[in-house]
Design a protein around this ligand. Sequence first.
Ligand SMILES: [Zn+2]
Length: 394
Amino acid sequence: MQLLHRGDFGPAVAEIKANLAAQGLLPEGEGAPAGGGQHADGRREEHVYDAVVEHAVRVFQQQRGLITDGIVGPATYRALRDARWRLGDRPLAYLVTQPTTGDDVVALQERLLELGYDAGRANGIFGGQTEQALRGFQRDYGLVADGVCGPETLRALRQLTPKVRGGRPVFLREQERVRTAGPLLRGKRIVLDPGHGGADRGICVDGASEADLVWDLARRLEGRMVATGMEALLTRGPDSCPQESDRAAFANDAGAELFLSLHVDANSSPRAQGIASFHFGTGTGNGTTSTVGEALAGYIQREVSAKTGMVDCGAHRKTWEVLRLTRMPAVRVEVGYLTNPEDRARLLDPNFRDIVAERILVAVKRHYLLGKNDQPTGTFTFDDLLRHELAKID
Ligand SMILES: [Zn+2]
């Protein structure tokens, strides 16, 4: 689709304004095809993407964990459309060829999860797992188990008291899986996702490209993981660039236990620097968040910054495709700013990339140790890790 931003006008802008108004982010009546003022050049007042609309778009993007740029691209457009739906507005069912998406699907998934049915991550996509959970619920409550969320099912869903209130059972289940997986890395399958690739070079500064740097980093990480007995799979080769959704599907199909995406960042200010990590989550405060993803992101932040002196820019919630569409805990790491001279010098140094790979692996190990046999940040070495892995064989 065409990007929409400040200064644009037309029916597409009117639709965006109507959606923003429905979210309470623009005054009611905005975007309504009423007899508003008409500009001399034929633009209708209500169809103009002005500063007020741009601000509302930013607020919406912030709430939804999208990139806050005030521009409506495909991700923001989809989120705006999804946001219109309230549970009960339409019957919901699994459409295999084009799965239904929307906030009503999120509400259904969360309700099923609260009642103890594993609908998977509440990602707003009515897929096979949501249907399974819905059928299970319908069967248990003496309804027709047709997998369609119509008026009868809706009434039953609304009458019942949740088994888990407030908490997010899907994320409790994620935690339980990490606990039962045990502390050893050996035998665990992880998907490494070097960003970009092929014709998409990512961020390029002075001949250095993000695509090459994260590819190299992924290979170093892969080598260490294989040395510990882990199974590390890469989402791409050196010259290909799969879509974000394909990268997530690859990890789902592989049944990976973790998904790690590697990128570097850029900023218009050369002063911006540091490492940041992102995990699945919406909003702030009482939104949903993958607690496992958040914990792993925290370990990565602390381990890498402690050993490299990079600025720790923290762990943050996002709804980016690779975080939203993956079914296992997923973290995307932005290892420094290629636009910052200090970070760039670090990234171009192979020794630095070795240290980062090692610290990420240690973070993954600490994640599975769940605080047991743990050592202070930055003191756990690759040798310690191998020793721990081997000790358990006897
Ligand atoms: Zn990138």
